[in-house]
Every structure is written in structure tokens, then in C-alpha cells.
Design a protein around this ligand. Structure first.
Ligand code: GLU
Length: 307
């Protein structure tokens, strides 16, 4: 980052349910990191997939953030309003001959491909087919076997061979919806985001995003992946698995718990209000205390279970 580039962070929830503790931890981590370094903090609603959207949850998430004392900069961006930009990015990739149509069904892919960490690895079946495609096709991005290496500010070096780990991946689905991987890269660049601080489940997606940045000639931001929060069964909390939403009426206990999940020190006795909490937590934020997560060194992920 050059001296002129100011830190700009963001929180990018998908409106698939109310804000639960796992997303709160991601919001707190990205907010504290941004504010501690004097940066801005944006909120972007990732509402591209209307089938997964729970009506009313976008507003509910914003009301919860507000009740918890988060103060975001600028207006909230909705990905559903940004389709034109995603179309332009698809055109750019198409002109560079990086895309091809694919109409393999899930079943066909399951029969052909082998399982990777992020689902079945697409075996490039349609890459050289002239007669596949047509109006009702997904579009896939060609990947290569060059290792994509990124240095995560928390997890350290992480490298992935996209060909072996994920295969040519979908940029636009058969129903026309642009894939998360594309939209997130286009929007982070357009919004001038310099630091992406988010849950470690997305570490595995980051090499795909860095690859897309290369193809679209976009600047790579800094990444920092936070430890995941598990439920009682050892699974990641997610809105879809209906993890209990955080209570808007009682923000402080959940915020204390989120700080603990991020490995931070406990605020002292003088902290009694939300304002006190944020003032203390921003001043005392220490990225080095956050547990490394993911598997950048091949070890098991380190996770946090709320007590
Ligand atoms: N929308 C994604 C989610 O809610 C997060 C995307 C990101 O932070 O890059 O899981």
C-alpha cells in the first residue's frame, strides 16, 4: 500500500438470515482492524442470489450492526444493483479468451470429477468442446497450474494450485447470476478496499480471487482471515444452519465474547457503555493476538467455541 492509499476495510454479509455470533466476530474483527489503523469501514450487502436471500434480513443485519454501535462510512452498497459492473467484467474476461460455456449438470460433474477441499474439482470437460454451450450455459474461467501464493496478515503464506484444488470455476451460473468470486473481486476493487478481514472459511477462496484480480488487472488488497466460530457439534456457525442470532437488546455481552474469540484482552472495569467498549477495543486491538486459522501450514484449523 502506498503512503497515499488510506486503509479501507469492509464487512460484506449475505442476507441469508439474521446476524449470528460467527458473523459478529467477522464484523468486529474487520471493524477494529480498520479503526485501529485509522481506516474507513464500509458495509456491502451481498444479495446477488435471491433464492438464498431471507426477506427482511438485509435490513435486520443493518439494524443489528447499528444497535451494536458499528458506524460505517458512506452508503451501503447492494450487489443486486451492481449487475452492470459484473457484466462488464465478464466481457473483459471473454475478450481475453479466458472463459468458456459449460452446460455439464451437477450429476455429470459428480461422475467425472474428483473431490477437492471446496467440492468437486471440475475436470475441464467443456474447455475444448466446440458444440457445448448455447444460451443456457454457465461460464467458467480457465485456470492454470501456476501456484497462487498469497501472504495473509494473520494466517501467513497460503498457496494453492488452482488446477489441482478447484479446476476451472464458474463465473456466471446457468441462471445468469454472477458468481460470488467474481462479484466480490469487482466490488472490492471498485470500492477501493485495501484490507479484507473476514472469516477463515474464505481463505480457500482467496487464491481464486487473487487469480481473478490478475486476469482483470486489479490491485490485490491485503487479506487477514479470522478464526472460525464453531457450534456445539463442531460445525461452523452459519446463517443457513440457523445459528442463534445475536440479541440486539444486549450487545455488550456478545461483543465481549467476540473480543475473546479474536484472542484480544478483556476490557478493564472502566468499560460500561457501548461507546466505552469501542473506544477501548479500537485502542487495544492487536492483530498478533488473533489465532491463526485455516491450514496454511498444513496443520488442522484452529477454531473457537463460545463458552
Ligand atoms: N458474503 C460473504 C458471507 O457472508 C462474505 C464475503 C467476503 O467477506 O468476502 O459469507
Amino acid at each position: 500500500m502506498s503512503n497515499q492509499t488510506k486503509y479501507r476495510g469492509r464487512f460484506a454479509p449475505s442476507p441469508t438470515g439474521q446476524l449470528h455470533f460467527g458473523s459478529l466476530v467477522a464484523a468486529v474483527g474487520s471493524y477494529l482492524d480498520a479503526r485501529h489503523y485509522g481506516g474507513e469501514w464500509l458495509v456491502r450487502m451481498e444479495d446477488l442470489d435471491q433464492q438464498r436471500e431471507v426477506p427482511g434480513s438485509a435490513d435486520d443485519i443493518l439494524r443489528t450492526l447499528d444497535a451494536f454501535g458499528f458506524a460505517w462510512d458512506g452508503v451501503v452498497v447492494y450487489q443486486s444493483q451492481r449487475r452492470e459492473a459484473y457484466r462488464a467484467a465478464v466481457d473483459q474476461l471473454q475478450h481475453a479468451d479466458m472463459l468458456y460455456p459449460c452446460n455439464c449438470s451437477r450429476r455429470e460433474i459428480a461422475l467425472m470429477g474428483r473431490m477437492g477441499e471446496e467440492g468437486i474439482i471440475y475436470p475441464s470437460y467443456c474447455r475444448d468442446m466446440q458444440d457445448r454451450g448455447g444460451a443456457k450455459s454457465a461460464r467458467r474461467l480457465k485456470v492454470d497450474a501456476m501456484p497462487m501464493v498469497m501472504d495473509d496478515l494473520i494466517c501467513g503464506r497460503y498457496s494453492q494450485n488452482l488446477q489441482q484444488a478447484v479446476g476451472d470455476f464458474v463465473i456466471q451460473r446457468v441462471d445468469g447470476i454472477h458468481a460470488y468470486q467474481l462479484a466480490v473481486v469487482v466490488d472490492d476493487a471498485w470500492q477501493g478496499v485495501t484490507h479484507i478481514v473476514r472469516g477463515a472459511d474464505l481463505l480457500l477462496s482467496t487464491p481464486r480471487q487473487c487469480y481473478l484480480q490478475q486476469q482483470l488487472r486489479l490491485v490485490r488488497p491485503y487479506y487477514a482471515h479470522l478464526p472460525l466460530v464453531l457450534d456445539g457439534d463442531g460445525k461452523k456457525l452459519s446463517k443457513q444452519s440457523a445459528a442463534t442470532p445475536v440479541e440486539k437488546e444486549r450487545p455488550l455481552p456478545a461483543l465481549y465474547e467476540a473480543l475473546a474469540a479474536l484472542g484480544q484482552r478483556r476490557p478493564d472495569e472502566s468499560v460500561v457503555s457501548l461507546d466505552d467498549f469501542w473506544g477501548w477495543a479500537i485502542a487495544h486491538w492487536c492483530r498478533d493476538l488473533v489465532a491463526k486459522s485455516g491450514r496454511p501450514t498444513g496443520g488442522p484449523p484452529r477454531l473457537y467455541r463460545p463458552i
